[in-house]
Design a protein around this ligand. Structure first.
Ligand SMILES: [Zn+2]
Ligand SMILES: [Zn+2]
Length: 353
């Protein structure tokens, strides 16, 4: 075992504070990664505050969150073939899975039917708790490590590992591309990546945001159209017009209203996670053979495809870099949607404690 410095919530809802813990010695297929940057995802806040207890078996404290991890390889196990010291690499929301079930075989490790080992707040196959990216290093099996773009700033690429793939996977699965009309509902950390990626894929992109406040930003990110959902006319004007609506909003809202924006055979994909159940009327779906679907991050193969796509198209996240000492402040600002569009922690700041 080796010592590792990080930041943790020692109990549910406690502010994050410096915390020392142990990482395993690298095994033959392990990659040791010095973490340079880690994005702040809204789910870090939910989990450190134990707000998902209804959906999880247990929450493990002290909890070191962080699953948008970008860094550099500092050592590799004897049998590692994919990476070498000095490579720019990333780790996303999971660090292992069963590797043998039908889903793992298809490269859908995020839907592993046995056990997806999440990057933090989970237990690995030996039962040891996993600790995330708000720390100086992480040790991960090479098969769950991603290659980061070398032509883009590493800090701005960190959030691709959760926010980026969360949008890329449904855009690809439901074939967003030339000739397709795609609406991105909500222009936050997830939504802004949806706009960039859908635009780069060649789709006609519409942003549906609460107000017109971010209109010029939306256009800059690649949106062709921008509408306020607080204006009831939006729903009349845009009725039956989209092939795909990606819903990134985690607040309570009437999904039926948004299903009404889909044309025949259109699909609304839910990627935001409202806390309460939302009722759906059958007519919202039957009237135009519409579908309501959900999607959760992406597998390793597809995440690598997304990173390569971003490298080729020059797509990265709009970020605000913060030192780890400001993490609790950053959480409060995320809760107020006061960030454009993702916080990324500069992990070099850890040495200042
Ligand atoms: Zn996330
Ligand atoms: Zn599996």
């Amino acid at each position: 075992m080796s010592k590792c410095k990080g930041y943790a919530a020692t109990t549910a809802g406690a502010p994050l504070a410096p915390y020392s813990f142990e990482r395993r010695e690298p095994r033959e297929h392990d990659v040791v990664i010095e973490i340079k940057y880690c994005g702040i995802c809204h789910s870090d806040i939910h989990q450190t505050r134990d707000e998902w207890s209804d959906y999880q078996e247990e929450s493990i404290f002290p909890m070191v969150p962080g699953h948008e991890i970008a860094g550099v390889v500092t050592a590799v196990g004897n049998n590692v073939t994919k990476y070498k010291v000095g490579d720019k690499v990333g780790v996303g929301c999971f660090v292992d899975s069963c590797r043998t079930c039908a889903e793992c075989q298809r490269g859908l490790e995020q839907y592993c039917s046995v056990q997806t080992v999440w990057t933090y707040n989970a237990r690995d196959k030996e039962g040891a708790p996993t600790y995330g990216g708000y720390s100086e290093k992480i040790i991960v099996d090479e098969n769950y490590v991603l290659r980061m773009p070398t032509n883009l700033p590493l800090d701005a690429c960190a959030p691709l590992l959760c926010a980026g793939i969360t949008l890329y996977s449904p855009l690809r699965h439901w074939q967003a591309g030339p000739g397709k009309k795609v609406a991105i509902l909500g222009l936050g950390g997830l939504g802004h990546m949806g706009v960039k990626l859908a635009h780069a894929l060649g789709a006609e992109v519409t942003v549906l945001s609460h107000s017109l406040k971010k209109q010029s930003d939306g256009k800059r990110l690649g949106a062709d159209h921008f509408y306020a959902t607080s204006d009831p006319e939006t729903f009349t004007k845009l009725a039956n017009s989209f092939d795909l609506v990606i819903n990134t909003v985690s607040a309570k809202m009437d999904w039926n209203q948004y299903l009404g924006l889909l044309k025949v055979d259109g699909t609304m994909v839910v990627v935001g996670l409202p806390e309460k159940d939302i009722p759906i009327g059958a007519f919202s779906l039957t009237a135009r053979r519409r579908s309501l679907a959900g999607s959760q991050i992406g597998g390793i193969r597809e995440t690598q495809e997304m990173l390569d796509f971003c490298s080729k198209h020059g797509v990265a996240c709009d970020i605000e870099v913060v030192p780890i000492q400001k993490v609790n402040e950053a959480y409060e600002r995320v809760l107020k949607s006061d960030v454009r569009y993702r916080f990324v922690i500069d992990m070099a700041s850890l040495s200042k404690d």
